[in-house]
Design a protein around this ligand. Structure first.
Ligand SMILES: NC(=O)c1ccc[n+]([C@@H]2O[C@H](COP(=O)([O-])OP(=O)(O)OC[C@H]3O[C@@H](n4cnc5c(N)ncnc54)[C@H](OP(=O)(O)O)[C@@H]3O)[C@@H](O)[C@H]2O)c1
Length: 274
């Protein structure tokens, strides 16, 4: 059943073609929102064609991200943006065409760029919520995240957890940068659930995952919890929530190091903002 709660409101869900993102797309379409999703795969959502737009954007190409999001922002404003697209790090060091480590760019840097374009868009002069999807593993990342450039130092799990720590830091980063009451941002740790996340992994991992998937939590259940958090007035900006809606602690970080890291990340996306 479709209701009219989200009538005339636009939302953007990155990675809306699979797993958690696709379930969020379905949920918000049923709520009556106009949903824009990014992804490279095709999806058809029968009955919702007039309110669903799929943007074919590859996050390993920041020029493509920038052009796609700027184009959509010329005609649309967004009340909600969900930074959901993500991969489990590939088994071996992989660089994007832009010259950055693949996981860091797809999971974090592309979202930093998207948020920056949308928040600064001329059409986005009203309240906006930004949600970033982190993971339980953000707690295992180094407290001094760096931008990995050394193939020899590459560890897939470290790369993934660093990207997820960066996404957990995003609410703090955006509120420090904008200090604007119209911008509400929180991070969501969904725990583990079954999805297509195994796609870039080795064959044995994919086989194991398919065996375990029926026993795992569903993406739809996780999407429902996140949708509730988004709609609740009690949800506090700047926090990290888990799927039980508890607030997760954020590791104490050295403020100057955090500021330096933020600055270095913005320097990486600067040329795609012009
Ligand atoms: N599954 C878990 O247990 C788990 C646990 C903790 C956190 N998470 C996080 O939850 C989020 C959703 O993941 P999921 O588990 O639902 O995985 P999924 O089913 O694989 O969905 C990932 C989405 O990201 C998009 N994506 C991947 N690479 C991309 C690229 N290069 N360019 C553009 N889009 C890309 C995919 O779109 P296309 O393939 O169409 O491009 C897809 O829509 C991710 O941020 C993940 O890290 C998942």
């Amino acid at each position: 059943m479709v209701n009219s709660r989200g009538k005339d409101q636009n939302i953007l869900i990155t990675g809306g073609t699979s797993g958690l993102g696709l379930e969020l797309v379905r949920f918000f379409l049923k709520q009556g929102y106009n949903v824009f999703a990014t992804g490279r795969q095709k999806v058809s959502l029968i009955g919702f064609e007039s309110r669903f737009t799929l943007l074919n954007i590859d996050f390993s190409d920041l020029k493509e991200v920038s052009t796609g999001v700027k184009t959509i922002c010329t005609n649309h404003s967004f009340s909600l943006v969900i930074n959901n697209a993500g991969i489990l790090s590939p088994p071996s060091y992989t660089e994007t065409a832009d010259g950055y480590e693949y996981t860091f760019q797809v999971n974090f840097l592309a979202h930093l760029l998207i948020n920056e374009i949308i928040v600064n868009s001329i059409n986005n002069r009203h309240k906006i919520k930004i949600v970033t999807i982190t993971s339980p593993v953000y707690r295992f990342a180094s407290l001094h995240p760096g931008i990995e450039k050394n193939e020899k130092n590459y560890r897939p799990m470290r790369s993934y957890s660093t990207s997820k720590l960066c996404l957990a830091m995003m609410p703090d980063l955006l509120s420090t940068r904008y200090n604007d009451a119209a911008l509400m941002c929180f991070s969501f740790d969904p725990g583990t659930f079954s999805s297509g996340i195994y796609r870039m992994q080795k064959r044995w991992f994919r086989a194991l995952y398919r065996v375990a998937a029926p026993f795992m939590r569903s993406s739809a259940g996780v999407a429902k919890v996140l949708a509730e958090l988004i709609s609740e007035d009690e949800t506090v900006s700047g926090r990290i929530y888990d799927r039980s809606k508890n607030i997760r602690t954020f590791p104490e970080m050295d403020t100057s190091q955090k500021a330096a890291f933020t600055e270095s990340c913005y320097a990486l996306i600067d040329r795609f903002l012009k």
